[in-house]
Write a protein that binds this ligand. Structure first.
Ligand SMILES: C[S@@+](CC[C@H](N)C(=O)[O-])C[C@H]1O[C@@H](n2cnc3c(N)ncnc32)[C@H](O)[C@@H]1O
Length: 198
């Protein structure tokens, strides 16, 4: 039997996780509704896995990684994905910013692009936290979508704007203005690292 701690700030996500993990009844699974930055533990963890959540700890992603590293036993591992930054992601975010300005919108003070980190930045955070980085890379996925779909998704997931005088439809139209299809990129920085603390 293993003891697993599942943590998320969203109670709904924990409920969904509980449904997904029903088949692992033989293990002890603790569902903890709090921020990973507040996560404690009476015993150090052998392994920490985090998928697509660390960027939400911006502006102190390094602090969050440091906190998680401190919860590992010596030799314990951490594997995480977080929003990735690359030349292509910067170009994509620039295109979105230009479109927001073109339709008279106001850019958010903390648009999603600021939450992105490259594999090099992630490696620096890990090393500063006493982790030995084993793997650091970025995955890019791209797909064609209707601009309105992208704008609706971006709106509900860390939007880049605070105001769009013409509404979201105006931004969708602007994004489609110079091309037949709107290509959306999705970038994830992945890290596998081991604790070298004594
Ligand atoms: C894209 S979802 C990924 C969910 C899940 N990890 C998965 O792989 O399916 C991002 C999740 O991060 C959670 N989140 C945001 N900030 C967090 C924090 N500080 N601590 C823990 N979870 C957080 C959100 O509630 C959301 O469920």
């Amino acid at each position: 039997m293993r003891t697993v701690t599942a943590v998320d700030v969203s109670r709904e996500m924990l409920t969904q996780a509980e449904r997904n993990l029903l088949r692992f009844r033989e293990h002890e699974i603790l569902y903890v509704n709090q921020s990973i930055t507040d996560l404690g533990g009476s015993q150090p963890y052998d392994l920490i896995i985090s998928n697509a959540a660390l960027h939400w700890t911006y502006p102190d992603i390094g602090g969050a990684i440091d906190h998680l590293a401190g919860l590992l036993r010596p030799g314990g591992c951490i594997a995480f994905t977080t929003a990735g930054r690359s030349v292509a992601s910067e170009e994509f975010d620039e295109k979105i910013s230009n479109a927001i300005v073109a339709v008279g919108g106001t850019i958010d003070r903390h648009p999603f692009r600021q939450r992105r980190i490259s594999p090099d930045e992630a490696t620096r955070f890990c090393e500063a936290a006493g982790l030995d980085v084993i793997e650091a890379f970025i995955i890019e996925r791209a797909t064609n979508v209707a601009p309105a779909e992208y704008v609706a998704w971006a709106s509900s997931s860390g939007r880049a704007w605070t105001e769009l005088p013409g509404g979201e439809a105006s931004l969708a139209a602007e994004l489609l203005a110079d091309q037949e299809e709107f290509r959306v990129g999705h970038w994830s920085t992945l890290i596998v690292a081991r604790s070298v603390q004594n």
